[in-house]
Write a protein that binds this ligand. Sequence first.
Ligand code: NAP
Length: 292
Amino acid sequence: MNLSFKLNSGHSIPLIGFGTYQIRGNHLIYETLDYALKAGYRHIDTAVVYRNEEHIGNALKTLLPKHNLKREDIFITSKLISQRDKGEQFVEELVQKSLANLQTEYIDLYLIHWPGVSGLQVSHPENVQYRKNAWNVLCKLHREGKCRSIGVSNYMVKHIRELLADCNGVRPAVNQVEWHPHFFQPELLELCRSEGIFLQAYSSLGTSISTDLRDDPVVAEVATRLNRSPAQILLRWAIQRNVGILPKARSQAHIDENIALDFEIPPQDMELIDDLRNTSGAKYSWDPDTVV
Ligand SMILES: NC(=O)c1ccc[n+]([C@@H]2O[C@H](COP(=O)([O-])OP(=O)(O)OC[C@H]3O[C@@H](n4cnc5c(N)ncnc54)[C@H](OP(=O)(O)O)[C@@H]3O)[C@@H](O)[C@H]2O)c1
């Protein structure tokens, strides 16, 4: 199953992407991307900090022809984090390095990974200027065609409002945030929707460290009723509301399972799952709300 969504940049993004956090090394990346492309994934999510862009670039050189695909058949996302005391030149160099590592003329979507800055306290007022500068660089690279769509990640309502008030003529196409039944923010989704920003979920399955989400009894109950796995229920719950997903998996069985989402969760089961936010409220990743 491979649905897509039209971004405000005019480009389409596949609703299901393949997450690559903690998948590194030429061999492992080649093997997992081979499984993913075979299963039908056409969207790969990476970031400078994942330190695997180079491995992805190397793998795609062989895998695209192997799967009868061209560059334009796949969608690549990468992301950067600004560094304290490094200016716009540094941000541009990071994007140029991503392009070189991925061995591509353009990146489909480039995100500011985090509203904060590496080496700067989250409460420091200069975070605001750093992310504004990074956005201006992405706008320039977007106009040059090197980043087809640009967006943000881990931006909360306050960060999105700040960006929209002064976005240098390019509105963010995407906001990628932690989003799963134990932790999701309806007010953020509402703001993104009303401003034409596509919301993408990460940690839909609850990360490599915690299995609490995959083991949730309510999710298991719905999974049994619908004859699906808990992972499929967690993923379907997001895309059924047009929220993008980026499941990360290493085994072929999980990779295949995570894209087999062509089923419907009935409204009463969607509500049961929605309620988990009130009973659990567990968060599994960093808290961007702390960044000024
Ligand atoms: N923008 C950000 O700040 C940010 C933060 C976190 C993540 N992300 C992106 O989102 C992607 C996904 O998030 P994530 O890596 O945190 O976690 P995730 O995809 O929610 O969960 C990954 C874990 O679930 C396991 N898993 C995968 N499929 C499964 C299945 N069908 N059944 C049971 N277990 C399964 C994986 O195991 P195996 O690997 O052993 O198969 C892994 O331990 C990342 O890879 C990254 O691309 C972005």
